[in-house]
Ligand binder design. Structure first.
Ligand code: ADP
Ligand code: ADP
Length: 223
């Protein structure tokens, strides 16, 4: 079963079409980069799958399950690293991960929390208040939150926009490790370099239309 199947996915805001009849299949275990300029519709696509944007038309299947028919089960398989930092400043790092596990209907697994904090080089900040973290540490926590429940399908929305070189390298390594463990990764970017570096396949989106999907090798031969 594919990790994700979109058929005719369309999103309109009033008269404006942000996403126009998108058809896309993401294979289980691949790293897929959705490449396009600002405003192309990348975040809208992710938001539609993650339940943050109400689609106007189309079908979304996650591991074979139609989200219109079974909205909760498949969503527990999804992790989302959003662009903007969105955690509550009045919790500690560990508390915000416990809350996230609860949000996904998982038990409070302290060993899992330690594991994800260690993997993201965040362990020394376990008891720090989230508001006291540096920008880079906040990014790491965003990623930890998205991964703590071990999702099988992970969306990263412009994960390296505005991050420093060290975090970018850590993040790329971490994405490769997740993929090697069988996690399916969908990332959006407007850097060709990032798509080139990480992805097995690349989709190019502009003005709400998916223009092409290619294996990375094929794409690189074209440019
Ligand atoms: P990307 O992630 O590729 O930068 P987005 O999916 O964020 O693009 O946005 C696609 C288009 O939809 C943009 O033109 C954006 O201005 C528009 N858009 C996004 N959210 C809304 C909204 N809530 N209301 C109206 N237009 C929106
Ligand atoms: P709030 O509105 O207080 O931010 P939400 O319940 O909307 O709380 O979201 C809690 C957390 O879960 C946020 O980090 C959000 O980004 C994330 N989230 C929300 N919906 C989804 C989803 N469908 N899949 C993955 N993560 C989600």
């Amino acid at each position: 079963t594919p990790a994700l199947e979109l058929q005719g996915l369309t999103k309109r805001y009033g008269n404006f079409t942000a996403l126009q009849s998108m058809d896309l299949t993401i294979r289980a275990g691949e790293i897929f980069a959705l490449l396009g300029p600002n405003g192309a519709g990348k975040t809208t696509m992710i938001g539609s799958v993650c339940g943050l944007v109400k689609k106007s038309a189309g079908t979304i299947r996650v591991f074979g399950k139609d989200l219109d028919r079974d909205s909760v089960g498949p969503r527990y398989e999804i992790g989302l690293v959003p662009q903007e930092i969105n955690f509550d400043p009045f919790f500690s790092v560990a508390e915000s991960l416990r809350i996230q596990l609860g949000y996904y209907g998982r038990p409070r697994d302290e060993a899992r929390i330690d594991e994800v904090l260690t993997a993201l080089n965040l362990h020394t900040k376990k008891d720090a208040m989230t508001r006291a973290l540096s920008g880079g540490m906040k990014r790491r926590l965003l990623i930890a939150k998205a991964l703590v429940h071990k999702p099988r399908l992970v969306f990263l929305d412009e994960p390296t926009a505005g991050v420093d070189v060290e975090l970018r390298r850590d993040l790329w390594n971490y994405v490769r490790k997740l993929a090697a463990e069988g996690t399916t990764i969908v990332l959006t970017t407007h850097y060709l370099e990032e798509a080139e570096e990480l992805a097995d396949r690349v989709g190019i989106i502009n003005e709400g239309k998916l223009l092409m999907v290619e294996d990375k090798a094929t794409l690189l031969r074209r440019f």
